[in-house]
Design a protein around this ligand. Structure first.
Ligand code: COA
Length: 535
């Protein structure tokens, strides 16, 4: 166990540290968030480059997070870290000094040693579509070595440290699997960039359209940002641009396909995106891309309330602000309709209580999730998203369910992946685990991305119905209120039945009213006869 100083990687600019996500003694996994940095454009998590234990925290909230700033000391579990798998030093490794504490097996600290640089874990294989370096090139840490394209996205694989390229071992068309040798590099000195930046940098993340690339949106931003990046990265995947440029494009909502690159081999540069945005802003409003902010709506006047009595201003948390912006965007963009219904859960509740008596504790929510996944399979138009120009419905062949969790800082929506493949107990376990992580602010961005359908349950709180806002580009969301006993006529008499109120909000562009009523009727039926859920 050696202490490794983990530094802030290149985040595309400076930002303020708004949160320290770890404490001394915490055990972290590779990719767990260490700090959250907020710039004027975005907030992003800076993840741990490898698993280990935090031995010291070297920054505080409010510090400026510039590239190279020492964040934490991390004791690696073993000599092998994620990064050390991607970089091997040909020369005999020396023990890493305190000032250059990258794991010794991966450290380029030996002056003039030749280092074999391999493809890191990219979350999947891809094809090499470009070699960005030649023998003799002097490159900096983070300079692109190759560009890899999978069927979902393209990404640059950056140099883990500065040096001179002595041999290129990979060629276009090769499969870029983890561990494939890319280049050999001669390292001059051992600069700060010798830190394991390739894995500290969030961008070489899994090759998934909504989860790759640099900035990882925090908190509630994730669900909506995931949707955005999904659309944009799908559209942008064929263009020639690096991760930081893609990130900027995503932040501005720019389609890179519309931009002519001025870099080598028509590569799109940051300046090209900035120029494009400037030009667009100068154009008349009607020529602008589809409005996403309710343009034309008169602003709510700013009022000095202290004229009327004493006031106190309390800032919203970052999570509340980002979540609020996403809700506003969905509310303005999606023509919402809400369908109300009630499910008779008398039998379901009896079964749940019987299970509880036998020590299997479950709330109604796993049953509701199960009913939803079954209904989504039967009515796949609810397990879909509209394509960006509204001309087609994209049906998802997976079924990930988001569920709203109320936390002191605001609303979070963790996602249960492949919920349709789980039984009630597994759903309950996942739910408890994810809700716990949400409360402790431990959810990773990936755990908040990719939902097909969201459930917002206020059942433990109260209320008879509400109109939840669709988490666009999902097309529907189910609101659940508190179940209560009601007299229900069975044809000959009123019987007390436990009725669960359901509120299904949907995007009326994608779902018609009759289908929405069919969907809630199906849900009620499934929950009314839980044998259908257990099949
Ligand atoms: N009707 C009646 N009782 C209900 C119910 C319902 N619809 N849903 C839950 N309950 C009961 C549970 O059974 C449990 O009681 P029990 O221990 O006797 O079984 C109790 O309420 C507490 O349930 P809870 O711990 O809240 O679990 P849950 O599975 O219902 O919900 C979360 C888990 C994480 C979703 C929930 O805690 C949460 O954060 N909800 C808020 C979501 C929100 O804010 N949505 C609004 C978005 S705008």
């Amino acid at each position: 166990m050696s202490d490794n100083i983990i530094k802030v990687p290149d985040l595309g600019g400076d930002g303020e540290i708004i949160e320290i996500c770890v404490q001394v003694g915490d055990r972290v996994e590779a990719e767990d968030s260490l700090i959250v940095v907020e710039s004027d454009k975005a907030s992003m998590d800076v993840p741990a480059p490898f698993a280990g234990t935090i031995s010291e925290i070297l920054v505080k909230v409010g510090d400026t997070a510039s590239e190279g700033l020492e964040m934490v000391k991390l004791s690696a579990d073993t000599a092998q870290t994620k990064q050390s798998e991607s970089v091997e030093t040909a020369a005999e490794p020396e023990p890493a000094p305190e000032s250059n504490p990258a794991p010794s097996a991966s450290s380029p600290a030996n002056a003039e040693s030749e280092t074999l640089v391999k493809v890191p874990d990219l979350g999947g294989d891809g094809e090499v579509i470009e070699i960005c370096v030649q023998v003799g090139d002097e490159i900096d840490a983070e300079d692109a070595i190759i560009v890899v394209e999978s069927d979902k996205a393209s990404m640059e694989v950056p140099a883990p440290f500065a040096g001179t390229v002595t041999e290129v071992l990979i060629k276009t068309g090769d499969n870029a699997g983890e561990g494939v040798p890319m280049i050999k590099m001669k390292t001059g000195s051992a600069p700060a960039a010798a830190q394991p930046t390739a894995s500290a940098e969030p961008q070489p993340a899994p090759i998934e359209p909504s989860q790759n690339e640099t900035a990882k949106p925090t908190a509630a931003a994730a669900a909506a940002a995931a949707a955005d990046s999904q659309i944009i990265s799908t559209r942008n995947k064929k263009v020639h641009a690096g991760p930081s440029v893609r990130r900027i494009a995503r932040e501005f909502g720019v389609d890179l396909g519309e931009i002519k690159g001025s870099g080598p081999r028509a590569r799109i540069l940051k300046e090209d995106v900035q120029e494009f945005v400037k030009t667009r802003l100068k154009q008349p409003v009607q020529a602008a891309p589809v409005a996403t902010t309710g343009s034309g709506i008169p602003a709510i006047p700013s009022i000095d309330f202290s004229k009327f009595g004493p006031v106190k201003e309390v800032a919203l948390t970052r999570l509340q602000q980002v979540g609020g912006a996403n809700l506003h965007r969905s509310w303005l963009n999606v023509p919402h309709v809400t369908q109300f219904d009630e499910a008779d859960i008398t039998e379901m509740e009896a079964f749940r209580k019987a299970q509880k008596e036998q020590g299997v504790k479950m709330t109604p929510l796993p049953f509701i999730i199960k009913a939803c996944t079954t209904a989504l399979k039967r009515m796949p138009q609810f397990n879909a998203s509209l394509n960006p120009d509204g001309t087609a419905l994209i049906y998802k062949e997976y079924c990930h369910i988001g569920f709203a969790v109320d936390t002191p800082d605001g609303l979070l929506v963790p996602v249960i992946r492949d919920a349709d493949k789980m039984g009630l107990q597994e759903l309950s376990k996942q739910m408890v685990e994810l809700a716990g992580k949400a409360q402790q602010k431990k959810l990773s961005p990936a755990e908040m991305q990719g939902a097909c359908f969201t459930i917002s349950s206020l059942g433990s709180v109260g209320g008879t119905a509400f109109t939840p806002i669709v988490n666009a580009p999902e097309v529907a969301i189910l609101g659940v209120s508190k179940a209560g006993l009601k007299p229900v006529w069975d044809g000959s008499e009123f019987k007390p039945r436990l009725m669960l109120p359901l509120s299904l909000s949907y995007d009326h562009r994608a779902i018609n009213g009759a289908d929405a009523a069919r969907f809630t009727t199906l849900l009620s039926k499934l929950m009314g006869d839980i044998r259908t859920l257990l099949l």
